[in-house]
Design a binder for this molecule. Sequence first.
Ligand code: HEM
Length: 467
Amino acid sequence: KYLKTSESKLDAIPTVGPNGLFSYYWGAFKYNLRAHEIIQEGYSKYKGKAFKIANWSGWDIIVSGPMLIEDMKKAPDGHISTIGAVSCNLKVDRTTTYQVAQLARSLDAQLADIRDEITTSFVDVLQLKGNEWVSIPAMDAIHQIICRTSNRALVGLPLCRDPEWIALNLQITTDVIKEAVATHLLPSFMAPYVVIPFMTEAGSLGRGIKILRPIVEEHQRCLDEYGSGWAEKPNNMLSWIMDEAKGEERSVRNLAIRIMTINFTANSDSSMVFTHALFYLAAYPQYINQLRKEVETVIEEDGWSKDALARMHKVDSFLKETLRLECIGFVSMLRKAMKDFTFSDGTVVPAGSLISIASFPTHLDNEIYNNPNAFEPFRFAPEDGEGINPRNQMTSINSEYLPFGLGRHACPGRFFISNVMKAMLAHIVVTYDTKLEDKGVRPANVTYGVMSSPNPKAKVVFRKRLP
Ligand code: HEM
């Protein structure tokens, strides 16, 4: 009876693609090969409403438009929940979210360290000699630089430069992506045979515990001896977590899980987004002089400070435009209905369904953005000074700009990472010349189901900028 009721509620939601008993699986197969096209078709036909697409584990319900997005934003967690949004193996809880938000609040104090890590990691990773052009696998290089830089804020020196710690955290990102690809591309009954739990004591978690143990034990010894305010106390996330940890939360195992989970959330999307930005920078050399001019003027007046980064409107806009055009997923705000959920237009989504919003088609909607398919890097920083409006900044989200989600689960790391990415782009434009290896053509993205990544093999050619 329950199945019948939920089926009839689903029947009321229009379908994009096949709907029959057997054609359903053909639809799921096609969806995982051509998710972007199929979601776009649904958006064009049912903009502002809900539609459904066959997927391996059931129907994917996709909504769009300010009203339905607002409903999702306002719905309590007990009603539609964020389950599995990160990974089956890594879960983000409220404490993690709170600690991530603290990163941005401490940015002023940490900015000199972050800038130091950016400059040293570019030197170490690019390995340029003299003024030679050198071809660099972009995504690998950016992943390493972002991982080192975020770890400077998460665990500080010397661990953020420890090759074993960095390799471990890079590996976790790859493991989660493999897991996500397997879960998206395979029917759900096959996924458990392919997805290998990596956060075990015999696997990555064990390695993390081994590396963190001496640091945690020494920190705990100082906390016990001097209390929470000793003079040399490190100012990084591990230290803040240990200040507040109680009972079992103080175990090395628990701390390792927390720091490694934050590492994954901090590094995965950011590396992909910044690699996209680098591809744009190399593919559109006509914009580099305007970026250089802005960075050089601001740095001359303010030095490398948080205020200086706030004044880099063109740099901000360049990254915001990258995020508009290069969503990591074609949909965002993935949720599971814990009980039947009724949208304001009367659409009822039965309990157990997966719901998300059509973020990518929204970003390409010509009723929202002029010339939406074009990369216009200064779209959000017009010459008339409009760019100074905080609502134009990349961290400012609304139902038309969704790369960080919306509502209580919107990305809490965006305030931190926007500054890191701005400092990285500013550093690149004043320090290097860049170009694309392959006749200047921007490398095509690689897609897996509803996810999209910059081409992981493509190279960008760097040389030290001539004085
Ligand atoms: C450009 C880089 C990033 C992008 C595009 C991004 C995007 C997102 C998106 C789309 C969500 C889900 C929002 C939702 O479901 O409503 C999310 C959640 C989250 N992100 Fe980010 N993120 C980025 C960087 C970061 C960084 C650097 C951190 C940590 C330092 C971080 C920490 C988190 C956490 C903890 C959540 C879960 C929030 C919750 O469930 O309440 N993210 N992010």
